[in-house]
Write a protein that binds this ligand. Sequence first.
Ligand code: PGA
Length: 261
Amino acid sequence: MKEFSKFFLIGNMKMNPMNQEEMVMYEKSLKEELQNVSLHQAKRLVEIALAPPFFYIKSLSQSVLGLVSIGSQDVSSYQKGSYTGDISASMVYSEGASFSLVGHSERRKYHKEENEDIARKVRNILDFGMRVVLCVGESREDHAMHKTDEVIKKQLQECLFGVKENEASHVYIVYEPVWAVGSDETPTSSEIHSVKKGIQGVLMELFQEKGKEMKILYGGSVHVHNLLETCITPGMDGALVGRSSLDPKEFFGIVSQAKVL
Ligand code: PGA
């Protein structure tokens, strides 16, 4: 972790909770957890963030105002117009989002998102003054063929095309191997550290000195028992957590770990 820089812990809630009733229970439990942790201490060291489905952004950002940063899981690659089903960066911003995930492997896989679509989303997020949380990572095949660095370099170059040096500090990168998402498998600490170094090298090529300061997180099967080896030991600046963020009790277990480490 960089000096004086908070650990950025993001819960990716994906398509949960399932309905309004479940959301009410989730919020209740979240508020209990927020009272439980010695939040002042945690907040000095950890930025706690959640990315709920669009539909819950407003209510969640109002109920945890000032305690948890709320973001979106995605935005449209278009700014406005006739795009049925799309939700724009402007909309999520006005609902209370302060960041947006982009390029998650599930979006790439199930919605066929390409790096150039992601680059347009990055632009839209930055134009609305939000932070970008860009996910990159290799497939299982690429991993087996030792192509991780090569694949990630291309993703970074293409997804960050057009981002200016003075915008770099608003962009966070998540190293999220596709094969580690939802699987209970993770790379070793030294693999994660080495990929982080590779990412840093590309960011410095793209943004010179500003690239050095950019935060690099890890995501993929992070839970309370492996936070140390997946994030802390490799020197990551934060974590993107899926399944273990769905139960506030479990998620705040990770918050407590991150604040003592
Ligand atoms: P997981 O998901 O923690 O359940 O593996 C991570 C993610 O999809 O961001």
